[in-house]
Design a protein around this ligand. Structure first.
Ligand SMILES: [Ca+2]
Ligand SMILES: [Ca+2]
Ligand SMILES: [Ca+2]
Length: 817
């Protein structure tokens, strides 16, 4: 014990020495205690362009508050503004510097940024081998972006002039001719200029050479100066709600060599150690289940020998219910992890965890804590995402009826949401001709308002699985297809899940009937209404587009307009998608028979037709089919065991006992795979490292564990089913908030990337993607800034997956065994 203590003192002493100055560490970023400066550890990717996750980034006392450091072409870049491609990155340990070369192909423009440690600061220098191209002179500059929610209301001082970061965007703008605006992604335009041919450009909040930011908040304080260039501070929210504060220096015209030099010194709180993050289930625990908190610790933090569970008694006073040893799990990326097991506490009550000086908010131990985990998702989130309906809740309208003018045949085009319309339409419609009957049913994709056909197929599949296995009778939603009206919390005598299945099928069948096959997507035709935030009914003007009228002009009968805002149907035929649809139509016909016989009949007819046509088409495209068959085969043998098992388990109700027995070896293999996660990471679930955090993978895993336990309780024990609820409801890195805006959680996340994100709000029942991994070692989930979709969006496919997960989970925990 004493030896350990000495060892940690020595460790602390050497680290304090090192902590004086910024140094490049083994993970190739600059570090001192409390400050990490990353130089293109994450580079811009072309997919959705500026995702506010790239370039030079600063993680300041554990929070990534600064990013986007790069040569950019706008004062306040938006998501679809051009981003530089990183062409090289050189780390020079001897000189304590990182050099990154960047290129804009559209303008044949190359630049380099060199970041060098200089004591407690870094020098950031921009180098040019050729002068800035004529077209970009005065536009290209070095930018660094500051997270608004961490800086608003804090002070700044520019050249001695006092000021404060505004809570809301209220600075000034000018307009300039569109011809002066640098090209946006693929030539799309993020803005509707209302026929003025001019774009809006913010003007700076301040200018000068020395800026001191947040001297009133030591954890955010930073000092930046430049002798050779003027610093300009902008508010990016003037153009887009997801904009950040931007500090920039315009690159000088006609110059080469070292053209801009900044000194950037983030303040470090002396001896700063990150507060422990005690992960536990905010929804609570049932008495019999395992209860293990995972505590995330700064690597320099001393591990406490014990933690306590404190009970809040009926008279409001507290008592220690349990004291237990802390067990070390070890290092995982940048932090150290320990565990506190309080499974032995089974008495129902209100509790909190005390570890050293850190105590959590309270949570329940009770038989009924999981009863309501899916209610917000089924009663609120899903109905709000019903397209082509007016959706009301009490005194509030969520949205009016969207897209009354219907959908036009997409012409050959590329698309900003990664869709494509090929050179032929594969339909009887001419480009931009109205395809009748598509504005019915279907669900908004995610934080946007398009109908992704693949996702809508998934939705209906998810709901059918939940229905066929568990028959949830819950009825809290009034749905009238005749009135095109949805009213939340108004029972209408029909189980809601059945109505959601019907709503999904209404759109999918309409696609098959009207187009002849499945559309890949029904989506926005112009970028300036794709990023819409507000009432879905106001995305388009509700009037048919008539190119013979001028933009913004309305016909005398009030039915047509010259504004090209109508949505498009992307119709390039994909027989594999048609086969998928045929599958879901067959299951839906089975479910809908006896409830909506007409729709069941139509679904069955389209299933039969699509299946035979798709098989014929695939036969004709033999080469493609063979290639696809190879791909399928590879998937089967190398494929993810979770998916393989799930497919097998889904067939059990239709098969005999021999089939069930034959699956036992696969289930055993899966049980070992599940246990393997205890060694893989401290949380015992699969953790994704992509640019979309991994909740779908975690839910898939959880559903498979639930089903495996349901059918094979002797192989997969009941204790395993709590892995995913723990993770979802707060036992995860970064913070301990529940990822589900859910009934029952003591501390759910507060902001999500829903279509009400501009209000820093959430749609109840949403499930966040979760922890976004930033290279090389940082997990993140902002709860004061909703706009990063990779961590905070919810999708219709993912949230209906949560319904099956939650439904199957509740079925297991409430079942008497
Ligand atoms: Ca979408
Ligand atoms: Ca209902
Ligand atoms: Ca219109």
């Amino acid at each position: 014990m004493q030896k350990l203590f000495l060892l940690s003192l020595t460790l602390l002493a050497t680290t304090v020495c090192r902590a004086q100055d910024l140094r490049l560490n083994d993970r190739e970023y600059f570090e001192r205690q409390g400050v990490n400066i990353l130089v293109f550890s994450n580079s811009f990717n072309g997919g959705f362009n500026d995702e506010k996750n790239s370039g030079i980034e600063i993680i300041h006392h554990g929070v990534r508050t600064i990013q986007g450091g790069a040569v950019r072409l706008n004062n306040t870049p938006e998501q679809w503004d051009l981003v530089p491609k990183m062409t090289s990155r050189k780390v020079d340990k001897d000189n304590q510097s990182i050099e990154v070369a960047m290129r804009y192909d559209d303008y044949d423009f190359d630049s380099r940024v060199v970041v060098t440690a200089k004591g407690k600061a870094v020098e950031i220098a921009v180098w040019l081998d050729k002068p800035v191209p004529e077209k970009l002179a005065g536009e290209a500059g070095f930018n660094l972006e500051f997270l608004p929610s961490q800086y608003w209301l804090k002070t700044f001082t520019m050249d001695g002039r006092l000021n404060r970061f505004p809570r809301y965007a209220t600075s000034q703008t000018i307009t300039r001719p569109n011809s002066e605006k640098p090209r946006q992604f693929k030539g799309f335009k993020t803005y509707d200029d209302r026929g003025t041919d001019r774009f809006v450009d913010p003007i700076p909040l301040e200018k000068g050479h020395h800026i001191l930011i947040a001297s009133d908040a030591p954890e955010r304080m930073i000092r930046i100066s430049s002798e050779d260039a003027e610093l300009q501070l902008f508010d990016g929210r003037m153009l887009a709600q997801n904009g950040w504060f931007v500090l920039r220096s315009v690159l000088p015209k006609g110059k080469t060599g070292k053209v801009v030099t900044w000194t950037v010194e983030p303040h470090a709180i002396p001896g700063w150690i990150r507060e422990p993050n005690i992960g536990f289930s905010q929804v609570g625990y049932i008495p019999e289940q395992p209860k293990v908190a995972v505590i995330e610790l700064d690597k320099l933090d001393k591990v406490q020998p014990t933690a306590s569970l404190i009970r809040i008694k009926d008279d409001g006073t507290t008592e220690e219910a349990f004291k237990g040893d802390i067990k070390t799990w070890g290092a995982y990326y940048k932090y150290n992890y320990v565990k506190f097991d309080f499974s032995s506490v089974k008495q129902p009550g209100i509790y909190y965890i005390q570890y050293g000086n850190t105590k959590t908010n309270n949570f329940l131990i009770d038989e009924h804590v999981y009863d309501k985990i899916t209610d917000a998702t089924t009663d609120v989130w899903v109905p709000i995402h019903m397209n082509h309906m007016y959706v009301n809740e009490g005194y509030r309208t969520w949205h009016g009826e969207p897209f009354k003018e219907g959908y036009l045949q997409a012409p050959e085009s590329d698309h900003f949401d990664l869709h494509r319309q090929g050179p032929t339409t594969d339909t009887k419609y001419k480009p931009l001709e109205l395809i009748p009957g598509l504005n019915i049913g279907g669900f908004f994709d995610a934080g946007d308002f398009d109908i992704e056909t693949g996702s809508n197929i998934n939705v209906v599949q998810n709901l059918i699985r939940a229905w066929e296995l568990f028959k949830p009778q819950r009825d809290e939603t009034f749905v009238s297809q005749k009135q095109r009206y949805v009213d939340l919390h108004r029972p209408d005598g029909i189980p809601d899940i059945l109505q959601f299945i019907e709503h999904g099928i209404l759109n999918l069948v309409a696609q098959a009937e009207q187009i002849g096959h499945m559309s890949s997507t029904l989506s926005n035709s112009v970028l300036d209404n794709y990023h819409h935030l507000g009432d879905a009914a106001s995305i388009t003007d509700g009037l048919h587009y008539d190119p013979s009228l001028k933009p913004y002009e309305v016909s005398s009968d009030g039915k047509r307009s010259g504004t090209p805002d109508d949505m498009w149907a992307f119709t390039t035929r994909n027989p594999r998608l048609d086969l998928q649809a045929a599958g879901v139509f067959t299951s839906a016909a089975r479910v809908l028979r006896g409830y909506n016989d007409d729709l069941a009949e139509r679904a069955q007819r389209q299933a039969d037709r699509l299946r035979s046509e798709a098989e014929q088409l695939l036969k004709e495209q033999k080469v493609r089919r063979d290639r696809q068959a190879d791909a399928d085969f590879t998937w089967l043998i190398g494929g993810n065991i979770t998916n393989k098992l799930q497919t097998a388990l889904d067939s059990i109700p239709m098969k005999d006992e021999a089939y069930k027995q034959s699956l036992r070896p696969l289930v055993k293999e899966f049980a070992d795979y599940v246990k393997g996660f205890d060694k893989n990471n401290p949380y015992g679930v699969p953790i994704g490292l992509g640019n979309w955090a991994g909740v779908n993978m975690v839910l898939n895993f959880g559903i498979a564990v639930n089903y495996a336990h349901l059918y094979y309780p002797d192989i997969v024990s009941k204790d395993e089913i709590y892995r995913v609820t723990n993770w979802l409801y707060g036992c995860h890195p970064y913070h301990n908030y529940s990822f589900v805006a859910v009934v029952g959680a003591a501390r759910p996340k507060q902001v999500f990337y829903g279509n009400n994100r501009a209000d820093f709000s959430a749609i109840p029942g949403n499930v966040a993607p979760g922890l976004l991994f930033r290279q090389p070692d940082h997990f993140e989930n902002f709860d004061d800034w909703p706009f990063l979709w990779g961590q905070n969006e919810g999708t219709i496919a993912g949230n209906t997956q949560y319904i099956i997960f939650g439904t199957s989970f509740k079925n297991l925990v409430t079942k008497q065994q």
